[in-house]
Design a binder for this molecule. Structure first.
Ligand SMILES: [Zn+2]
Ligand SMILES: [Zn+2]
Length: 362
């Protein structure tokens, strides 16, 4: 990335933060949270703390960094090293990322590209560019199908929470991450003191990975009377699915059980849920890779991840692009850019390319 591009990104992020006060969602107990950020010059700065929302906002505005983070944990002394912080509890958080959900379209937009000659190809990424031997980089693209799958899995997480864990719907806040996924924050004090293992068990439960083998489930279902109660939790989910489709189904019962599980599990990232000292992107701040805002989702069905989080201006900017797969924002398609070219793009679209070092401002 050249200096001109860096200067442009800094200015665009700063412009956003100057008018973003109402969008930034700081926790009420701001003084007990750890903050961090990534400046445009790189590196992660953590273990920051602020006495008030005003102080936190002023610092965010002053830095206007590439990314801003806040802990889900509350601490006695958030600015101290982890072992000395005095952990007081943490909200339960689930992370759904399209990258973790198998979708058939990934073949079309997950690519590797060469930083030197801009050659590109399908995965697996060769260690060195097959054309010039230059350094190759992995690129995860996104599309409507992947974003739709992520949304579906986020809805499943909310369903598990309300149906199986007795969480009030109003205690679940859903956020779009600003890139390819969703974060679900649970504001229910019953979970705040859970340790890593207990959080891991909840995540594994949602992923359906702690269930007995399909064969065993099928055997239990075979012994079940034709009409009867469907139980609770996964038992109800699987039994309900099987009962609805069993009549006239062509495959084995074991296959139907497997379908029941894969169509209802939520592919949450367990490592995120179990990490009780993590910092998360702060709602209302910009994603460092896309320039889209981490956005509170009021109605998941109506939320449009290619429009609602797009907050940067549409002012045109001329950029030279080396390589970038097709992407869609604000109902417009951009790219694919497969060979070096100079194009004029709205700022909100150009930022996605510039932040990843795949183009420069001309
Ligand atoms: Zn190359
Ligand atoms: Zn896709």
């Amino acid at each position: 990335m050249n200096d001109k591009t860096l200067g442009f990104l800094r200015q665009v992020y700063r412009e956003y933060y100057f008018r973003a006060e109402d969008r930034i969602e700081l926790p009420d107990d701001v003084e007990s949270r750890e903050f961090g950020y990534i400046p445009f010059s790189g590196g992660m700065i953590r273990h920051l703390s602020f006495k008030s929302k005003g102080e936190a906002l002023a610092e965010i505005l002053k830095q206007s960094p590439s990314s801003v983070y806040c802990s889900n944990a509350r601490y006695e002394s958030p600015a101290r090293p982890i072992e000395e912080k005095g952990w007081l509890g943490a909200e339960l958080i689930f992370d759904i990322d399209a990258t973790d959900i198998p979708t058939p379209c990934k073949r079309g937009h997950d690519l590797w590209y060469c930083e030197k000659c801009h050659a590109s190809g399908r995965p697996p990424r060769p260690e060195k560019c097959t054309k010039c031997g230059g350094p190759s980089v992995e690129f995860h693209g996104t599309c409507e199908t992947c974003l739709g799958a992520a949304k579906e899995h986020a809805k499943r997480v909310a369903g598990f929470l309300t149906d199986d864990f007795g969480v009030e719907p109003g205690a679940i806040r859903v956020y779009f991450s600003g890139n390819r996924g969703y974060h679900l924050h649970v504001y229910d004090r019953r979970f705040d003191l859970l340790d890593q293992q207990a959080r891991g068990e909840i995540a594994e439960y949602m992923r359906g990975s702690s269930l007995p083998p399909n064969q065993t489930i099928a055997a239990t279902l075979r012994r079940r009377p034709a009409v009867g109660p469907q139980g609770a939790g996964w038992t109800r989910k699987v039994t309900g699915y099987v009962d609805e489709r069993r009549q006239g189904y062509g495959g084995t019962l074991q296959k139907l059980v497997s379908e029941a599980i894969s169509s209802q599990r939520a592919m949450v990232d367990s490592s995120v849920t179990t990490d009780i000292h993590r910092v998360f992107r702060l709602a209302g701040t910009l994603h460092g890779d896309t320039g889209m805002a981490k956005t509170r989702v009021e109605s998941i069905d109506r939320f449009d991840p290619q429009d609602d989080p797009v907050v940067l201006s549409s002012r045109p900017v001329t950029v030279s692009v080396g390589f970038f797969p097709r992407f869609r924002l604000r109902h417009q398609d951009f790219g694919p850019f497969e060979k070096p070219e100079t194009v004029e793009l709205p700022t909100f679209a150009a930022v996605s390319i510039l932040t990843r070092g795949l183009g420069d401002v001309v």
